[in-house]
Every structure is written in C-alpha cells, then in structure tokens.
Design a protein around this ligand. Structure first.
Ligand SMILES: [Zn+2]
Length: 294
C-alpha cells in the first residue's frame, strides 16, 4: 500500500516560543470581507493568491483593509473592480474576491529563525535550501514567492523575558510586547533568504466542486454557500483519525494540500530529500496510508 508523509505545524516550546522567536506573518495586501444588504451575509474567502499585488495599488489596498475588516458590497465592489483591472494587466487570468490575500506575505522577525520551514497564516515559509531541494529534484506542486522581511524587537538580550517566567493565565500578553521582548536581531541580512511556498493544488476548491452542493447563492454580491453532506464530513473525520486517505483525493503532484489532513502531504521521496538537507524541527511528521476509494 502506498504511503504519503504529512508535514504540519508543531513548535518546539509551544506557540508562545514560536511567536517570540520566529515572529508573525501577515498579508498586508488583502481584500476586506464584505457584508451584503441583499442576502444579509457577511463573507470572505481566505484564499491566498499565486500572484503579487501590483505596486500601484498596494498602498490603497493596505489602507482600506486596515481601516475596516468589512465593507458593504456596494462600496467594496467598486474597489475590487478597479484593483482587478490593474492586476490583470500583469496576470490576465487573475480574479479578485472578498478576503483574497495577495502576495507578498510580510514576516515580522524579532530574532533568528530556528528552522527551515514555518507554518504561518495558512502559508508555509521555507528557507532557500528547501526551495533548492524541491527544484533540484524537480518535485512538483509548489510555487515560490518572495517574503517581505521586517525586523522587529527592541530589547537587549539581558532584558529577554523567558516564557516560563510569564504566567499565561495571569498576565495579559499583547503581541507587540512579545515581539518587543524577543532577542534582538543585529542585521536582517543575517537571517537568510525565505520564500512563501504555495501549493498549486487547492484541495478545498477541488472538494467544493466535486462533493459539495450549493445551498445559497446571491446574484448581487456573488456569495455562494457550499455545504458538504453530513455523511461526507463523518467520512473525512474517520480518515483523519485513522491517518489514511482514499486515492481519489491524491492529486498528481509530489506535494499538495488536503481537505482531510493538515499541513502538506508529500510522496516519501520528497520527505527523504527534505529531511536530509533541511532543518525540519518545526514540523510534525506522520505517515498517511493511501487506500482504495470507498
Ligand atoms: Zn449578497
């Protein structure tokens, strides 16, 4: 029976340490969510695009999403049309919808990143050595985008707050305090080169098209609700618990994402190559069995 390897997020020392040392990532260039006066829905797709936000609209997009996470469809649709016109000058097939996150991702780094692979904001950020392993072996399924690195954190090493000195129950910790308390990085150029690695296969879209049914649609804002039949959800849960995947959900890529299992799935030879040349300490690894379709 064929097997796959699942790589997903773990953190040595927990989420707090990860945030404290490895920082946080955000998509500054994203489309706000919307609320529709006709269907009454408040909605956004959390899709990450495989195209960059053109320079000409970056400032406006960042300002608008920062001002308000949601906008009435009447207002937002004007911006989306305008932004889409600009985007398709560079990427003719691109479409924009509420909630879309455009490249590049911004990574606020307070300290020296500890590993070669990070799972952040629904994205996977890898060091250039991981990208080289993928490209050298011609493994399929990933495309790479530059990461905007920004240095944060201002305290000296002597002022570092260790996680075991903080009582998470008692102290309210703000993200900006965590970042400010990280061991300071001397020079951003020392951290290395990183890429945002996006899977070409979109398992959620695939499942929406193949196994969901449309239960609501709005002809004004374009909102569509896809629901999975109850028995499907129970099936997925069963596969997840037993760590297997029916072969119909395995696409023809060496690395891909899955609607059943978190993180990345990959063929064993990809994992072997990555394991040999990269530091994967931030990843949890499991074996997933490929089984015949039910
Ligand atoms: Zn609507």
């Amino acid at each position: 029976m064929a097997t796959l390897i699942q790589l997903h997020k773990t953190h040595m020392g927990g989420d707090f340490r990860d945030f404290f040392i490895n920082g946080s990532a955000t998509y500054d260039y994203r489309i706000p969510g919307t609320n529709c006066s006709k269907c009454g829905e408040m909605w956004a797709y959390r899709q990450i695009t495989t195209f960059e936000c053109p320079d000409e609209i970056r400032e406006e997009m960042a300002d608008i999403v920062e001002a308000k996470p949601n906008k009435p469809w009447e207002e937002l649709s004007v911006f989306i049309s305008k932004w889409e016109r600009k985007v398709i000058e560079y990427y003719p097939k691109a479409r924009l919808l509420p909630g879309f996150r455009l490249q590049p991702i911004k990574w606020d780094i307070p300290s020296y990143p500890e590993s070669d692979v990070y799972f952040k904001m629904g994205s996977v950020i890898v060091r250039d050595n991981a990208k080289q392993v993928i490209e050298k072996n011609r493994f399929t399924g990933l495309c790479f985008f530059s990461v905007l690195l920004r240095q944060v954190g201002e305290l000296k090493e002597s002022e570092i707050i260790l996680e075991d000195e903080i009582d998470m129950e008692e102290d309210v910790i703000e993200p900006c305090d965590l970042l400010a308390a990280a061991p300071k990085l001397d020079d951003l150029n020392d951290v290395g080169i990183f890429f945002n690695a996006i899977t070409e296969f979109d398992a959620y879209r695939d499942i929406k098209e193949k196994e969901s049914r449309v239960t609501k649609a709005c002809d004004f804002c374009g909102y569509v609700r896809y629901d999975l039949p109850q028995e499907r959800q129970e099936e997925y849960e069963y596969y997840k618990l037993n760590k297997f995947i029916p072969e119909k959900y395995v696409p023809d890529y060496d690395i891909f994402d899955s609607h059943i299992h978190r993180g990345w799935l990959m063929r064993p030879e990809v994992y072997e190559a990555l394991k040999t040349e990269c530091d994967l300490r931030n990843c949890e690894v499991h074996e997933i069995k490929v089984v015949k379709n039910p």
